[in-house]
Structure formats: structure tokens, C-alpha cells
Design a protein around this ligand. Sequence first.
Ligand code: AMP
Length: 220
Amino acid sequence: MYIVIIGAPGAGKGTQAVNIAKEMKLAHIASGDLFRQAVERGDELGARVEEYMTKGMLVPDEVTIKMILQRLTVDDCGNGVLLDGFPRNIKQAKALEDALKKRDKAIDRAIYIEVSEGELINRLTNRWICRQCQVAHQGGYNPPGEDEKCELCGGELYQRADDNKETIKKRLSVYFTDTMPVIEYYRQQDKLLEIDGEGSVEVITGRILNALQKREFINK
Ligand code: AMP
């Protein structure tokens, strides 16, 4: 079982991916998290990708595709995978399709979380991420202070380096140019589930699970 989750930066795909992967017992693979971990480790991959991330640009396809295809060979992927943040352009979508085809597999569903542009900017400039469970929290008028902990797991909260106005603008423009065609790609294959991404986290998780169920993808 292979599912991809697509949405603009700030659409809540990371948070939803954590919930859906847990509910469906899938391995959660988030390309952005893998890159951030490499940057934090300060290894060769981290050094290679840091500048692209800081600028809000996509990391070159050959680096990204290699990293994801390697990750897909790890044992925890045996029960299925939820890919979060990959594929982000048509080249990546085709490379994934080819690699899965070689193993007699295919993407089963693509979940597209739709949020208006104004709401995306609002969310991105106010979000705090938990280092432990990766869930994003909205700061609103009282942004969590440095001492605040994640209300779900008690982990430390931080603001992403690329959640600043300049980089947000770039990331959104990359999304509209490069990633929107991927949505069409899966629509044409009749794999797309379009989800209204405005509402509480729990409500949106419910919408996704319902949509998967309606297409007889999960039995509940
Ligand atoms: P994310 O956490 O998904 O918002 O990703 C953060 C950053 O990591 C992006 O702005 C890109 O620089 C890089 N990145 C993540 N996924 C990909 C991908 N599939 N292709 C290229 N770059 C990526």
C-alpha cells in the first residue's frame, strides 16, 4: 500500500501524515524531515541540501530521488508507506512510478490537502514544530514561548528556519509551478482524493480517513 500526501507548505500535510500513518500502520517518510535531519547531523547530504532549503528551492532531483528510493528499501516499509513531501514535481513522480513498477507495485492513492493562499501564509508565519513528534502548532496571538512544550508529547517546540516571509514566498511559488502538475498527474490516473484542509486537525484527519474508506481503501 503506497499513499502520497500533497499540499502546499502550511497545508498541514506533515501533521495529517503523522495521524494517517499511525491510523493505517504505514511507514511515514517525509522528505523535508530527512533533509532537516541531514542538515542537523552536518553530514555530506546535509551540506549539499542546506542552501536550497534556506532559499526555499527544491533540492536537485537526483539527490532527492536517490534518498527516497533508498529509504523505501528499509524493512519498516513492508506494511506500506505514506510519502509526505515527495513527489514534488513530475520528474520525481515518474521516477517513483518506475521504481515501484519494478517491484510490481504502484501508488494507490494521492491525498491532496487544499487550503487557500491567505490561510497558508497566515499558518506558516505562526507555526511552531515539535522536535519530537513533528506536529505543527499554531501560535496565533500568543506564540508559544521558548519554554513552551508540545501539548501532545511534551517535546521542545521550534520555528523552522525556512518559515520566514521571504522564503515562504519562494516556497509557495515553487509549489504552484512544480507541484501543482503532480496533482493533475494523479487526478488523471483517478488516484486523487481532494480534501478540504481548513478546519481542526481532527476534523481533517476524519475527512481523509472517510475519503479513503469511501474508495474502499480501508475498512473501518
Ligand atoms: P518540507 O518540510 O516538505 O516543507 O521541505 C522543506 C524543504 O526541503 C523544501 O523547501 C525543499 O528545499 C526540500 N525538499 C523537501 N522535499 C523535497 C522534494 N521532494 N524535492 C526537492 N526538495 C525537497
